[in-house]
Design a protein around this ligand. Structure first.
Ligand code: FPP
Ligand code: MG
Length: 317
């Protein structure tokens, strides 16, 4: 009995020791972590140290650690947002391809190519979340006037290839994604218009998902074009003045079959709308993120959706 008592006491003591040891170690680890952070910040002030520090920070080991923890975080976030109300329509202003290229010391056109590859990935993530409407701003009317001929040619090549690839992409067909391209399409070269016809024709009968690409697009131009159509109806006597209302303008926009966006995401730090879907975003939630479009990752998308869900919960009704 005595022996048993002693054993029980010592095993409880052992357990207490273990708990104390673990929490003590946890505290020590946190303190060491904070000290290392502090030291690293201080060392990075010196030019001679910042070089090797950056090399270590971007080494394979550091990268695999960061991407592993990122993946875990993204999966957790995905589980969380799946429990909330998903936006029905997500719109994206894909900004920052050139800044990404300049930062990475690659050619501008390679930055745009990375942007095109990113779009393919993001489409997969959107399909995976079951969000039925996605629209993206791929070229504005202003871009056509302001970008160099060389850059525009590289972009037109990307649209030509990208749209033709979409027309054959098994993911588009398996998920029954209808692809529509909207904007002042007559401003685009002939081969891009042919690629648009190709992808629209090959996906015309689908309706599970709708993917809208805004090309040579401007929100003001879209409103002007709608007003012109409505004015024609009025001038020909088809409609009366008091039949001109918001619904009639909405129904004459380029993509009248698409509901207004619930969430607009803009990458690359600019907090502007830049003539994108001006009429349709009257009640949309706006989310701005600092990452350049080619670096946009799953976690960034899920965070945008989570912030949309939090805001809708707060202001809901
Ligand atoms: C904005 O970045 C991006 C564009 C003007 C082009 C976006 C095009 C793609 C992502 C390819 C889309 C492909 C298909 C098939 C639809 P920016 O050039 O303004 O970069 P910056 O803000 O850093 O200058
Ligand atoms: Mg830009």
């Amino acid at each position: 009995m005595q022996i048993l008592f002693l054993n029980e006491e010592s095993s409880i003591q052992l357990l207490l020791d273990k708990v104390y040891f673990r929490s003590h170690m946890g505290r020590i680890r946190r303190v060491i972590g904070r000290r290392i952070d502090y030291l690293a910040k201080w060392l990075l002030k010196f030019r001679i140290i910042s070089g090797p520090a950056k090399v270590i920070a971007s080494s394979g080991l550091a990268w695999s650690f960061v991407s592993r923890t990122d993946r875990i975080r993204a999966n957790r976030l995905k589980d969380r947002i799946k429990q909330g109300t998903m936006p029905e329509h997500v719109s994206i202003i894909m900004d920052g391809n050139r800044r990404f290229a300049w930062d990475s010391k690659i050619e501008t056109k390679v930055g745009h190519k990375k942007g095109k590859e990113k779009l393919k990935q993001v489409m997969d993530w959107i399909l995976d979340l079951g969000i039925p409407y996605l629209s993206v701003y791929a070229l504005s009317t202003e871009n056509i006037y302001e970008r160099s001929e060389e850059e525009l040619d590289a972009l037109y090549d990307l649209y030509y290839n990208g749209l033709n690839e979409m027309a054959e992409d098994p993911k588009i067909h398996d998920n029954e994604v209808k692809v529509k391209v909207v904007g002042r399409l007559d401003m685009l070269p002939k081969n891009v218009r042919m690629a648009i016809n190709n992808v629209e024709k090959k996906t015309a009968n689908y309706s599970d998902f709708l993917f809208t690409v805004c090309l040579a697009y401007g929100g003001r131009e879209e409103i002007v074009d709608a007003v012109r159509k409505v004015s024609e109806e009025f001038a020909s006597g088809k409609i009366k003045l008091d039949e001109i209302n918001t619904d009639r303008i909405s129904n004459n926009l380029y993509s009248s079959e698409v509901p207004d966006p619930d969430l607009v995401i803009r990458t690359s730090g600019e907090e502007r709308i830049s003539n994108f879907l001006l009429w349709q975003i009257a009640y949309s939630e706006l989310h701005f993120t600092d990452v350049h479009w080619p670096s946009f990752n799953k976690k960034d998308l899920y965070q945008a959706i989570e912030s949309y869900q939090n805001r809708r919960r707060r202001y809901g009704g």
